[in-house]
Design a protein around this ligand. Structure first.
Ligand code: A2P
Length: 334
């Protein structure tokens, strides 16, 4: 069987570190090349039992290396420039940035939801990894759509500072000691900010628009009625979301629980008598998407409310990208 070669672009960053951790945990035996900016080129990282010298990402770094897959997490600008260069060298790029997500020729993939889109990588040599808050939401929505049909979705999010990279994390750490913020426009310690990413002319933030557009694309429902309010909260790890869902067809709550319980990648934590519901501190450093507080919305026909939590750096970024790489390898081996 062919031995594959995987590159990690942005190997020294927060998501890059988690790529390495997830690949080690899953023991994905391959040759590896670690790439980052000139700032960290030459530094040594111990990974998969070997010392790797970090190499600089440039126009020629993919040429003639036999790299099969590159996991990119080095910012949108870097992806925009270097993903096509990698693809031209025969590499399949799994891109964690927002640069390619809405390109109609680029599949946007959450393997539990739309693995059937993976072969579309052949169009441009790129597969996009969705936005963290969208990934966990669509894992919860898919079994409900399959069983009862989605009619309308309302997202309200409670997102961790790690979603804003190391700088966001530091703002909360230092903010708890009274230091003024550098990344966020206001203190995040003891506060909540209804503002993630930049504001758009339509009044939404870019994070909200990403949730709307990416949900429609991944679910294959371009007309789905969906809206979002995204909020940054003083939590280090794990995004939480209140999701209000209107379904097309009537249901019994037991059928809703069954659909959620039997879906791959979802864990139902719902036992009000024992105060059991999903929490970011429990989701931290794990891969599933957790759902709980599952209850009928009595204000509409066929409505439910649920609470959805996942580790935004793992399932929301690194784990999802590694799952895509695993699916590619399986496809090539078949
Ligand atoms: P470096 O560590 O050399 O700066 P984070 O999201 O935690 O800030 O991490 C960003 C990652 O992307 C880091 O690995 C960083 O490398 C890498 N990176 C940022 N800009 C570039 C660039 N222009 N070329 C290559 N890698 C980059």
């Amino acid at each position: 069987m062919k031995r594959y070669h995987i590159a990690i672009v942005g190997a020294t960053g927060m998501v890059g570190r988690t790529f390495r951790k997830v690949l080690e945990e899953r023991q994905i035996d391959a040759d590896y090349t670690l790439l980052a900016s000139a700032r960290s080129a030459g530094s040594v990282i111990h990974f998969m039992g070997k010392d790797h010298i970090v190499q600089v990402l440039n126009e020629t770094c993919f040429e003639g290396k036999g790299i099969d897959i590159a996991l990119f997490s080095a910012g949108g600008g870097t992806s925009l420039t270097y993903a096509p260069i990698a693809a031209a060298a025969g590499v399949v790029v799994v891109d964690n940035s927002s640069a390619w997500r809405m390109d109609p020729a680029v599949p946007l993939v959450v393997p539990e939801v739309n693995a059937d889109a993976i072969p579309q990588y052949k169009n441009k040599g790129i597969i996009a990894n969705p936005n963290c808050s969208t990934i966990q939401a669509v894992v919860a929505l898919k079994p409900l759509h399959d069983a009862f049909g989605l009619k309308r979705v309302i997202y309200s999010t409670y997102q961790a500072v790690s979603g804003a990279g190391q700088a966001g994390f530091t703002d909360l750490e230092e903010g708890l000691k009274g230091v003024a913020p550098k990344k966020f426009p206001y203190p995040i310690a003891g506060n909540v900010l209804p503002h993630i990413d930049v504001f758009l002319p339509n009044g939404y933030t870019k994070e909200e628009q990403k949730m709307i557009d990416e949900t429609r694309k991944i679910m294959g429902l371009p007309e789905l009625a969906v809206t979002a309010t995204t909020v940054r909260v003083p939590v280090f790890h794990g995004h939480s979301e209140s999701i209000n869902i209107e379904l097309e067809r009537p249901f019994e709550m037991e059928q809703v629980f069954d659909a959620l319980r039997s879906f791959e990648g979802l864990v139902v934590e719902d036992d009000p008598d024992n105060n059991l519901y999903p929490l970011p501190i429990r989701a931290e450093d794990t891969d599933p998407v957790y759902v709980g507080r599952i209850r009928r919305d009595f204000s509409v026909e066929n409505g439910i409310n649920l609470w959805c939590v996942a580790d935004n750096i793992r399932k929301g970024a690194a784990t999802n990208a590694v799952q895509i790489a695993e699916a590619l390898i399986k496809l090539w081996n078949s």
